[in-house]
Design a protein around this ligand. Structure first.
Ligand code: NDP
Length: 341
C-alpha cells in the first residue's frame, strides 16, 4: 500500500529547469555566469498552483537588478507567460494563463502572489507573448513615460533612443498616434528602415553617423520638446543641449551604462537644464500599477485596430535564455526579445 502511494507520488513529481546566476556579472555577461539546474518540485499544497512557462522574457533591467536584487546562486529574475497546470487555489483554474514573476524557470510552484491572470478577454488571434511586450510591461512603460512623465502633446517633437526595441517601438508609435513628430535612433540600418516603416519622421543609425550632435540637429533643427531616454551616457549628453525651453525628459533607461565596471563621467548638465528650464524625471513603470488594466486595454485596442505594430525577436528553447539575454544587450533584437519555452 505504502509502496503504491510512493509510486503515484513519484509519477506526479515535476522537474523544473532553472537558470541560476552562478557569478555576479562583471562587465558584459558571459556564459559561465549562468548555470542550468534541474529541480524536483513538490506537489502544490492548499492555496498553491503549478505553472508551466509558455513564453519567457529577457529584459535590460535584469542586468542592473542582478546586482541589487540577487545574490550568487539565486534563480535569475524575470517574468513569463505561464499556464496553470495544477491548482489548489480557487483564484486560478487549471488551463488559465497568467503573467508571473517566476524567474527563469520552466515550472514553478507558487502561492499565486507573483502571478496575474491574463486579461480575461485576450483575443485568440493576439499572440500570448505580447503580454510580455507591447501589451505588457514594456508597452506600459512607453505609455506612462509619454503620458505621465513627458505629458506629450499633439504637435510636439519627440526623440526616442533604442527606438527599435520593445519600449522604443511602442513609444514612437504612440507619439505618432498623438499627432507628434518623432525622431528615433537605433543601432543598425535594418532597424532604421523598420522605424521608417512604423511611421517615424526621421531615424538614424547612431553607430554610423559621423556625429551624434549633428545627426540630432539635422533630424530636428528646432530641437526637441520631449525625449524618451532609454540609453544614457554619451547619447544623453549630446541630446540635452538640443532640448527646447521647458523640454521634458523621461529617464526610462540607461542601457549604455549597464555593463560598465567603472562609472562613465561627462559634463555636468545643470546649467543647460537651468537656462532652458528642462525637466528630467526618472521613473519606474510600477508607479502607475493602479492604471494597468485600463492601459493594457488601450494598448490591446490599438493593436486590434491595426494602429500598433508589435515586432518580436523570438528565440526557441529555454536552454537558450542566457544567449537570448546577451543578444538583447548587444542589440540583436528588433522589437521585444522573447523566449519560447
Ligand atoms: P530593448 O528591446 O530596447 O533592447 C535593448 C536595446 O538596447 C538593444 O536592442 C540595443 O539596440 C540597445 N542598446 C544596447 N546597448 C546600447 C548602447 N550602448 N547604446 C545604445 N543602445 C544600446 O529593451 P527594452 O525596450 O526592454 O528597454 C529599453 C530601455 O528601457 C532599457 O534601458 C531599459 O532598462 C528601460 N526600461 C525601463 C523601465 C522602467 O520602468 N523605467 C521598464 C522597461 C524598460 P540598438 O541596436 O539600437 O543598439
Amino acid at each position: 500500500m505504502e509502496n503504491d502511494a510512493s509510486v503515484t507520488k513519484q509519477r506526479t513529481m515535476v522537474q523544473a529547469k532553472v537558470w541560476i546566476l552562478r557569478k555576479h556579472f562583471d562587465g558584459f555577461p558571459k556564459d559561465s555566469d549562468f548555470e542550468l539546474k534541474v529541480e524536483q518540485l513538490p506537489e502544490p499544497r492548499d492555496g498553491e498552483i503549478l505553472l508551466e512557462a509558455v513564453f519567457l522574457s529577457v529584459d535590460p533591467y535584469m542586468r542592473p537588478f542582478s546586482r541589487v536584487r540577487m545574490k550568487e546562486g539565486d534563480v535569475m529574475i524575470g517574468t513569463q507567460v505561464a499556464k496553470v497546470v495544477q491548482s489548489k487555489n480557487p483564484s486560478f483554474s487549471v488551463g488559465s494563463l497568467v503573467v508571473s514573476r517566476s524567474g527563469w524557470r520552466t515550472h514553478t510552484v507558487s502561492d499565486g502572489s507573483g502571478a496575474k491572470l491574463l486579461l480575461s478577454d485576450w483575443p485568440a488571434d493576439v499572440p500570448l507573448s505580447l503580454a510580455l511586450g507591447a501589451i505588457g510591461m514594456p508597452g506600459l512603460t512607453a505609455l506612462y513615460g509619454l503620458e505621465e512623465v513627458c505629458e506629450l502633446k499633439a504637435g510636439e517633437t519627440l526623440l526616442v533612443n533604442a527606438a527599435a526595441g520593445a519600449v522604443g517601438t511602442v513609444a514612437g508609435q504612440i507619439a505618432k498616434l498623438k499627432g507628434c513628430r518623432v525622431v528615433g535612433s537605433a543601432g543598425s540600418d535594418a532597424k532604421v528602415a523598420y522605424l521608417q516603416e512604423l511611421g517615424f519622421d526621421r531615424a538614424f543609425n547612431y553607430k554610423t553617423v559621423p556625429s551624434l550632435e549633428q545627426a540630432l540637429k539635422e533630424a530636428s533643427p528646432e530641437g526637441y520638446d520631449c525625449f524618451f531616454e532609454n540609453v544614457g551616457g554619451a547619447f544623453s549628453i549630446a541630446a540635452l543641449p538640443l532640448m527646447k525651453p521647458m523640454g521634458r525628459i523621461a529617464v526610462c533607461g540607461a542601457i549604455s551604462t549597464y555593463n560598465d565596471s567603472s562609472p562613465q563621467t561627462g559634463p555636468f548638465p545643470h546649467l543647460t537644464m537651468i537656462m532652458n528650464q528642462i525637466r528630467m524625471e526618472g521613473f519606474m513603470v510600477g508607479r502607475w500599477e493602479h492604471k494597468n488594466e485600463e492601459s493594457l486595454r488601450r494598448l490591446l485596442a490599438w493593436k486590434q485596430e491595426g494602429k500598433l505594430k508589435c515586432p518580436e525577436h523570438v528565440t526557441s528553447g529555454f536552454e537558450n535564455m542566457p544567449a537570448a539575454f546577451m543578444g538583447m544587450l548587444r542589440g540583436e533584437n528588433l522589437g521585444k526579445a522573447i523566449i519560447k519555452a
